[in-house]
Design a protein around this ligand. Structure first.
Ligand code: ARG
Length: 565
């Protein structure tokens, strides 16, 4: 049973006691194909209609009009079973996919709904490391799927660009770097001097006083340090944007923490007016004891604002600017409490839209291959992990297909694709141990397996050349493997809805593995090349539809689909 079939039945049933919505909730999957495709148990109806379920089923059956699409309606022991003409559905579906191509699965159900999405949200002058993988690819994929279903997503990289560490960085820069060095070595230089600062500060604690002094200058808007600070920001963004390009990630806004510097006063004032701010050891907090949480810190003793203060101002800004339908934060589970507190404070201020703010947590990523992992506190840069995956995939491709043209390009698509796919194959809340060999396995439940299936379909299509769609004999798809494959194609849009419902792109990656497996099964029992025209054309059309859905599905995960590999 697909959602389309359910809607089709609900639309046709005319039961005066029930709305179409209510009927939808009652419709069920049948235990097997011998009982049709969709079933309506009449037991709950018995109460409202004051008749026995058997009588109700019989009556509805008698008034139901069958046609080309729903060919049969049957009443059995208080159940109504509806039979769809699968041959007709197959033909209609395949034609639809071939006509719509990558627009297949699009919908306008999200029209007029803006979704703010906070993901990746890197910290300036800090390494962009493997720990950022989840939030980045998770957000990137949800963003594309929201768009596909007609929503208006706003991708926001809430930069960590405020805090005392920037004072440290300026001290470090002045002591151990220069504009020439920085321009030459970029991000690597920033990381290097930042590490050096911490080492030196152990024996020269006065460096910390200097850092505080410079941070104060940033706060006061001193032009020289502000310029430097902006340069650090530019260098970091240039570096991360290279990685975003490889991962096919985009953003609509880079408004980070510093953007809210002048927007917090209003919130603090409102908190005060609403009697929500209390003093606690000199600091100002919102007491959340009643809700089983520690207090939410708003102002430190010295009057400095905090991470939560910025996030409050930020939520108000987003509501005012975008009038969001939902405001999503794709941030590691370590920040569960932080977001619970922030949302609760908004709620206590009396704003119902606190309920539209959602924290989407996820687990941690680590590397199985110890050789590259945290050596002397050194983190694994995302850039290096992607490079390594691309190198390994190049080795594999060279071994499997030494004559392949543009090997490097394909290796990048496969290597990076493998990293994204495996991250999004994992149930997001689970911690994830990353192994290059596992994610690059061409036969496992991996990105390369799906990409390889697509390349295989492509080579079959190439071998066949052009066909004339009007020659197709769809009765040649009247077998179990073909029907399973068609049924899977039919679940594409529902899968995308399920992804958004649970914020879980793994439903899509799993779907693509299933689609690939079902294609491979189909191709084992359904010969194509060498068959007579009618059969060949129908099967060609089916595999082309699979190709279209795989390419589009991969795109929605941020993964490219090489035609040959
Ligand atoms: N930069 C933060 C971190 O690395 C994540 C920011 C998440 N977004 C937010 N609005 N708090 O932990």
């Amino acid at each position: 049973m697909t959602t389309e079939q359910k809607y089709e039945v609900a639309k046709r049933l005319n039961i005066s006691e029930l709305s179409e919505e209510e009927i939808l909730t009652l419709l069920q999957e049948t235990p097997n194909k011998d009982c049709g495709d969709v079933s309506l148990p009449c037991f709950k109806l018995a109460k409202v209609m004051r008749k026995s379920p058997v009588v109700i089923a019989e009556e509805i059956k008698n008034s139901f009009k069958t046609d080309e699409t729903i060919t049969k309606c049957e009443a059995v022991n208080g159940y109504l079973n509806f039979y769809f003409n699968t041959g007709k559905i197959t033909e209609t579906l395949i034609n639809k996919i071939l006509k719509e191509e990558n627009n297949f699965g699009n919908s306008n159900e999200g029209e007029g709904k803006t979704i703010c999405m906070d993901y990746s949200s890197i910290n300036i002058a800090k390494p962009f490391h493997i720990g950022h993988l989840f939030t980045t690819v998770l957000g990137g994929s949800l963003y594309k799927i929201y768009k596909k279903l007609g929503y208006n997503p706003i991708g926001i990289n809430h930069l960590g660009d405020w805090g005392t560490q920037f004072g440290k960085l300026i001290v470090a820069f002045k002591k151990w770097s220069s504009l020439e060095l920085l321009n030459e070595k970029g991000m690597d230089n920033l990381l290097e001097i930042y590490v050096k600062f911490h080492k030196e500060a152990e024996t020269h604690p006065e460096l910390n006083d200097e850092a505080r002094h410079y941070f104060k200058l940033i706060e006061d808007g001193d032009s020289e340090v502000t310029e430097l600070f902006n340069l650090f920001k530019k260098i970091t963004l240039e570096e991360v944007k290279k990685v975003y390009d490889r991962l096919n990630i985009e953003f609509d806004s880079y408004n980070g923490e510093s953007f809210y510097n002048d927007k917090m006063d209003a919130v603090i004032k409102e908190l005060e007016e609403k009697n929500l701010l209390v003093e606690s050891e000199g600091a100002k907090v919102v007491d959340l004891e009643e809700y089983g949480m520690p207090p939410c810190l708003i102002l430190k003793k010295d009057g400095a604002t905090l991470y939560a203060t910025r996030d409050l101002a930020c939520a108000f800004y987003r509501k005012k600017t975008y009038d969001f339908y939902k405001n999503l934060y794709i941030v590691a589970y370590q920040q569960n409490l932080h977001f619970k507190q922030v949302f609760k404070v908004i709620d206590l201020m009396g704003y119902k839209w606190a309920n539209d703010c959602v924290h989407i947590p996820f687990g941690m990523v680590s590397l199985e291959d110890g050789a590259m992992s945290t050596r002397e506190g050194k983190v694994v840069l995302l850039r290096d992990a992607l490079n390594r995956a691309a190198e390994k995939s190049l080795e594999k491709i060279t071994e499997k297909n030494p004559n392949l043209q543009n090997k490097e390009e394909v290796a990048e698509q496969v290597g990076v694709g493998a990293v994204i796919f495996s991250t999004l194959y994992n149930n997001r809340i689970k911690d994830f141990v990353f192994s290059y060999d596992k994610v690059l396995n061409f036969d496992g439940e991996t990105g390369p397996y799906v990409q390889y299936t697509n390349a295989r379909i492509n080579s079959i299509m190439e071998k066949i050349g052009t066909v004339n769609y009007s020659d197709a004999d769809f009765s040649s798809l009247d077998n179990e493997d073909a029907e399973n494959l068609v049924a899977t194609l039919n679940q594409f849009q529902d899968t995308l809805r399920a992804v958004l419902n649970k914020y879980e792109p793994s439903f899509l990656s799993r779907y693509l593995v299933k689609l690939s497996q079902n294609f491979n099964k189909f191709y084992l029992t359904n010969r194509i090349v060498g068959e007579e025209k009618g059969v060949l054309t129908a099967r060609y059309m089916l595999i082309k539809a699979v190709h279209i859905v795989i390419v589009e599905g991969l795109r929605l995960l941020g993964i490219e689909a090489p035609m040959k590999m």
